[in-house]
Design a protein around this ligand. Structure first.
Ligand code: C2E
Ligand code: MG
Ligand code: MG
Ligand code: MG
Length: 288
């Protein structure tokens, strides 16, 4: 009896595995097609400066976030295809596209808005990209081909990735040598700790949304944010609060001396033309 139940469970398990593998293979084939047919595109979320006097600098930066316009499923978010792209060797193509598109769009805003353009563009990296031999040369080539000033490019790696891996750390040092900026993404969710922050060659620490979203209701989370900001500052790093959705959350992180913020309170990720309009609409509140 127990044996029969075990067999039935195994069949259900195997069917689920098969279904998952088929789904993966389906997504993989579609993603290959998507790259050829240029179905990928990039949206940009503003990163604002949180000035101590309560003011907001709307041109601090933007973060590039990839999307997939699927012919049937509509707009697919990165969580639904980045991992597949990594596993099937397509992340290089996706990542190079995002990096080059971001640099070109950034330079377009500069040409159009001058001093009022975002000062920084952030682009996310995945583990598989960093691990690819020759990838640093690709970054160098894209910087040269587009004319992108390296100091205005911020590459983001997740905390869990950067903290654990010696090879990754070596790669981060090579990237720093190109003159680009580095950020530690989703800080607080990984295994590293404040005590090892000084080992990483990063300029910016992005405090994960899970802390920011509870900053106005939980003293515990406020303490963690405060400690992160203090340690980062003492190492000469900038801090960004991710996922600010409400005024009170913005007030709290500002009071804790976090100098940059990002979240739906300021803006959702926008297509390039909407970002231009958003930046132009905020001209009056830029610093003189
Ligand atoms: P991330 O780098 O931490 O990006 C922030 C994510 O939080 C974005 O989700 C953004 O839309 C979302 N977000 C921003 N503000 C708020 C808010 O106030 N509330 C809430 N609930 N969410 C907010 P998205 O665009 O779905 O991206 C998810 C993750 O996918 C990114 O997290 C990043 O790790 C990865 N990703 C995005 N684009 C790329 C890419 O081009 N390459 C790679 N390798 N990864 C990417
Ligand atoms: Mg990011
Ligand atoms: Mg993040
Ligand atoms: Mg995040």
């Amino acid at each position: 009896e127990a044996k029969r139940a075990g067999g039935a469970r195994r069949q259900v398990f195997e069917a689920a595995m098969r279904e998952r593998a088929e789904r993966r293979a389906g997504i993989e084939a579609e993603l290959r097609q998507a790259i050829v047919e240029e179905q990928l595109f990039v949206v940009y979320q503003p990163v604002v400066g949180l000035n101590a006097d309560g003011g907001t600098d709307h041109a601090a930066g933007v973060e590039a976030l990839v999307r997939w316009r699927h012919p049937v499923r509509g707009i697919v978010p990165p969580v639904d295809f980045i991992t597949v792209a990594e596993e099937c060797g397509l992340i290089g193509a996706v990542g190079d596209f995002v990096l080059e598109r971001s640099c070109r769009d950034f330079l377009g805003w500069r040409a159009r808005l001058g001093e009022r353009a975002p000062r920084l563009i952030a682009v996310n990296l995945s583990r598989a990209q960093l691990g690819q031999p020759g990838w640093i040369d690709t970054v160098r080539r894209i910087l040269l081909a587009t004319g992108m000033p390296p100091g205005a490019l911020q590459l983001e790696v997740t905390e869990s990735l950067a903290a654990q891996d010696q090879d990754i750390q070596a790669r981060l040092h090579e990237l720093k040598a190109l003159g680009v900026k580095l950020a530690l993404d989703d800080f607080g969710t990984g295994y590293s700790s404040l005590s090892s922050l000084h080992l990483l060659p990063v300029d910016t620490v992005k405090i994960d949304r899970s802390f920011v979203s509870q900053s106005d209701t939980s003293a515990h989370h406020r303490v963690l944010i405060e400690a992160t900001v203090k340690v980062a500052q003492s190492l000469g790093m900038t801090t960004v609060a991710e996922g600010i959705e409400t005024g009170p959350q913005a007030d709290v992180v500002r009071a804790l001396c976090c100098t940059k913020g990002q979240g739906y309170l300021f803006s959702r990720p926008l297509p390039p033309s909407d970002l231009l309009a958003w930046l132009e609409g905020h001209e009056e509140s830029l610093p003189a």
